[in-house]
Design a protein around this ligand. Structure first.
Ligand code: COA
Ligand code: AMP
Length: 635
């Protein structure tokens, strides 16, 4: 892989001459048909990348490496402490599995452009399924295994999928999560008809298959003949990944083949300084964007070995699990969410367990998904004496908007900063009217259009939502939804969301969606959900509800019913904390609920009451309830 040259030179060129900069990056890939142009801008100023190029992402991630002599190198190392299995899969073996899986999908009628839902635990077949879709030019929609049946049904309908790939079960530490009944419930709930449900039967639990619809994955794959990679246009969709928006309906972020492959390959070098043969571990889940980009596509496109870990940072079996995996496989870069390291630190504050392992191959630690809190940063620096790199990105961007760019040479870090914008991302900080604010002043972070390759192409089936949600507020810019500032040295600091999205253990969740669930309870007249600070998970959702007139229900009873509702409708991963019953919710005169003020009160932060508040009298009651809860939670 070509070395990165000078950061400033590349940054400038990517802004001023994106055509040349990205065409040079595209030349690193073996295209089926090389694109003649990098960037085409449409009437709305949106960029399409490599529009006349043809390629196949799965072929580039697999067959190309086999052809280049890397067939025997490990592509994936699967390590599952929850079932006690370790398995190395070479590039040649993975290519073979993927082409047979693609053959199986083809016999089920899946072809280019069809959507396939993948609802899987962290097993190699999840990766095989994703790459098999890509091989056919079909579009995969991976749904995180912690989501409930309702969320799965919503995604089946939105994607209009006809085929699902799933497994009989997942394992959460020592508890079986039976996937198949959840999938059956989702299929029953969805309006869209699922023609085939392909089930990986795991030895830990055998799922009941419905004749005619359900298919045993292993048997069908073994019987299928291999399918060749189908070259597709660079602008054809590779996947749709649903993420939380501010309403109850999740947004399907659409990623293309060409821009994505170029961005993955470039970011592996520029952000991670990864080279072919390096062992790369993103300790995340294939259900999230980190898993798509840096468990599957990035490392494989770069010819690295990717670790696929089916376990937790703690309890599988202990807080030394990450260090054991790093030592056992010679991991060079470890990427996870701050919450994972907070969990490790809580159990092993002096990092004693890490000393049992040889971590000499580990060079850098990468963190993203939520704000990297200073105590976690300091703990990692103190105990591991490695560069600890905070980088900022979103499902929508697919790769880091800002990072300490290891491929260009690391800069001195500043605590609380994700360092510099990566070439291609023109980051501005704007006030609410869209005027740039001076350095050091906080504002809305916006990215000047066009976005670089790898970023979302739109929202699946809903171009208006893309324009409304991201492009309308600041014309000529993409609105990130995060607030922050850039200091006088150009370092970017991310302060948090400006909308109703919260971050629970590195998982992005919508409070609006939870409010819809609470609002459906017969006793609830009005409600608000806020994210309250939590030492381990960053934020946890808490409800505030106003009862309907005349309703008599104990707060404890209502709270536990609401917890069950959120678990059943959204999933356990939401970690909904329950609800406090209040007489009124604070609102502005125009009826907007003052969630920010409530959050500040709940977190014991200073707050100011807006002059537009309708009924200031409701605040003392609310403050008392929230403060009592905070002290109770702090023990
Ligand atoms: N399938 C089914 N259920 C799942 C699940 C999955 N894939 N993932 C989580 N859940 C469930 C858990 O079992 C738990 O259920 P419970 O309330 O019945 O016990 C609930 O969702 C919350 O899970 P989790 O947030 O994982 O909490 P935890 O206490 O088990 O673990 C951490 C805490 C910090 C160790 C864990 O959240 C973690 O590893 N976070 C890192 C997240 C991450 O990597 N994010 C990706 C961004 S880079
Ligand atoms: P997701 O789309 O799930 O990756 O979540 C994206 C959101 O997570 C961003 O909009 C931020 O609010 C938050 N986030 C991600 N990385 C960071 C980071 N390094 N620092 C602060 N917040 C982050």
């Amino acid at each position: 892989m070509t070395r990165c040259a000078d950061y400033h030179q590349d940054y400038r060129q990517a802004c001023e001459d994106p055509e040349t900069f990205w065409q040079t990056q595209a030349d690193e890939l073996a295209w089926h048909t090389r694109p003649t142009r990098a960037l085409t801008i449409d009437e709305q100023g949106l960029g399409q990348w490599f529009a006349d190029g043809r390629l196949n992402t799965a072929w580039l991630a697999l067959d190309a490496h086999v052809a280049a002599g890397r067939g025997t190198q490990d592509a994936i190392i699967y390590d599952s402490p929850v079932i006690g299995v370790k398995r190395r899969i070479s590039y040649a073996e993975l290519t073979d599995e993927v082409s047979h899986c693609a053959g199986m999908l083809r016999t089920l009628g899946v072809s280019k452009g069809d959507r396939v839902i993948i609802y899987m635990p962290m097993v190699p077949e999840a990766v095989v399924g994703m790459l098999a879709c890509a091989r056919l030019g079909a579009v995969h929609c991976v749904v995180f295994g912690g989501f409930a049946a309702h969320e799965l049904a919503v995604r089946i309908d939105d994607a209009q999928a006809r085929v699902i790939l799933t497994a009989s079960c997942g394992i959460e530490v020592d508890r079986l999560i039976h996937y198949k009944p959840l999938v059956d419930a989702a299929i029953a709930k969805a309006s869209q008809t699922i023609e085939h449900c392909v089930v990986l039967q795991r030895p830990q639990c055998e799922a009941t298959l419905q004749e005619g619809r359900d298919i045993d994955w292993k048997a069908a794959q073994a019987a299928a003949s291999p399918a060749d990679a189908v070259p597709v246009l660079a602008t054809d969709p590779l996947y749709v990944l649903y993420t939380s928006g501010t309403t109850g309906k999740p947004k399907g972020v659409v990623r293309d083949h060409g821009g994505h492959a170029v961005a993955m390959r470039y970011s592996m070098k520029a952000v991670y300084d990864a080279n072919p043969g390096d062992v790369f571990w993103a300790a995340s889940d294939v259900g999230w964007v980190v898993g798509h980009s840096y468990i599957v596509y990035g490392p494989l496109l770069a010819g690295c070995t990717s670790v696929l870990y089916e376990g937790k940072p703690v309890r599988t079996p202990d807080a030394g699990a990450f260090w054991r995996v790093c030592a056992e496989y010679g991991v060079k870069m470890l990427f996870s969410a701050p919450t994972a390291f907070r969990a490790i630190r809580k159990e092993d504050p002096d990092a004693k367990l890490s000393r049992q392992y040889d971590l000499s191959k580990l060079e850098r630690l990468y963190l993203a998904g939520e704000r990297l809190d200073p105590p976690t940063w300091q703990w990692l620096v103190e105990h591991f004496r490695l560069p600890v790199i905070d980088h900022w990105w979103q499902t929508e961007t697919g790769w880091a908007i800002a990072a300490n760019p290891a491929g260009y040479g690391l800069q001195s870090p500043k605590q609380g900063s994700a360092t510099w914008p990566m070439p291609g991302f023109q980051v501005s900080v704007l006030d609410d009217e869209g005027k740039a604010v001076p350095s050091g002043v906080q504002g809305n972070i916006a990215l000047r259009l066009p976005l670089p390759p790898g970023c979302l192409q739109g929202i699946w089936g809903n171009p208006a939502r893309f324009r409304e949600g991201y492009l309308r507020h600041f014309p000529g810019y993409y609105q990130s939804g995060d607030a922050g500032m850039i200091d006088s040295d150009g370092y970017l600091f991310i302060m948090g969301r400006t909308d109703d999205i919260i971050n629970v253990a590195g998982h992005r969740l919508s409070t609006g969606e939870m409010e819809e669930v609470l609002g459906a309870h017969a006793a609830v007249a009005e409600c608000a959900v806020i994210g309250v600070a939590d030492e381990l998970k960053g934020e946890l959702p808490l409800g505030l509800v106003v009862l309907k007139n005349g309703v008599q229900i104990e707060e404890k009873q209502l709270s536990s019913e609401l917890i069950s509702l959120v678990r059943n409708e959204i999933g356990a991963l939401a970690c909904f904390q329950g609800a406090l019953v209040v007489k009124r919710l604070p609102k502005t005169r125009s009826g907007k609920i003052l969630r920010r003020v409530m959050r500040q009160i709940a977190n014991g932060e200073p707050y100011s009451v807006p002059s537009t508040i309708d009924d200031p009298e409701c605040l003392p009651e609310l403050a008392e309830r929230l403060e009592t809860r905070r002290f109770a939670a702090a023990g």
